[in-house]
Design a protein around this ligand. Sequence first.
Ligand code: SF4
Ligand code: SF4
Ligand code: SF4
Length: 296
Amino acid sequence: MSDQNSDQKPKAKKTPPKPGEKTRREFLRSGVLAAGVLGASLLGYYPVLQGSALRLRPPGAIKTPLDEQEFFASCIKCGQCVQVCPVYAIKLADITDGFGIGVPYIDAREQACDFSCDGLQCVLACPTGALTHDLNFPADTRMGLAELTRPDTCLAMQGQGFKGQARGADFKGVLRFSEVDRWNPIPLADHPFDLEICDLCVRLCPIEIRIAECAAEAENDEPQNTARVAQKIGNECPPRSAIKLVPMPSDDGVKRMQPVILDGCVGCGVCEMVCPPQIPSLTMNIKKTVDHPGGA
Ligand code: SF4
Ligand code: SF4
Ligand code: SF4
């Protein structure tokens, strides 16, 4: 039997580092490490510098790119706003979002804020004022501004109705339907529609719903009804409409309607969430609000 180790070369003896060599190596190693850390940090800043880090924020968060940095600075990433949201609209950014890890945002297409909590619970829960406590009612919110970004996909503009579940059977998003259960939001998929002409963006807009409730209350004037109780806990009547459908000119006899955003829009994102086409016709412009319609 041959000795397996017999043809192996003897291992080179490690020579101790010369004076000064160790410190040089350590310096180089630390330099590479520092460059890596700096690079990662700059990568994190990159989306901010590009403006692409702007995302829909919870009610009360501030909006301009300048404000966004202020928001990053004042948010301590405690997640209190996430905990109290009844529709789980608020998420915390993860590492892939770069700068702003742990900062809350809303993905309106997945789950918008529908003000189900009435009293802006996220604002009340925020310990630092990153969600400004100056906000009292949903209608005071300025999260962004809805825009008709894809008129070509809008069903109403093509004169089409809508039948079925707004975002399909598998969609997980929830909304409050007062006529079903005022206190517990239900899956959108559990509330199918049968509409002659699609008006889901108007029909499910929380501001429009509240305006209609206020009109009904004023007509009935029954102080004991539940809507009145809700009003008392901080869901005042919005002073202005947010969205409406207006008739479009038609030379073929087909009734077509166009969604028009009005100055009561708070940018909550519900219209984007519920819009049935795969590419939503309405999306949130987070650089604009009704107070700054030209953008930040
Ligand atoms: S509650 Fe306020 S401080 Fe805490 S994560 Fe939400 S926005 Fe940030
Ligand atoms: S929900 Fe979408 S498709 Fe329907 S009318 Fe509104 S924008 Fe058009
Ligand atoms: S129009 Fe859309 S974004 Fe504006 S308040 Fe209504 S649902 Fe929210």
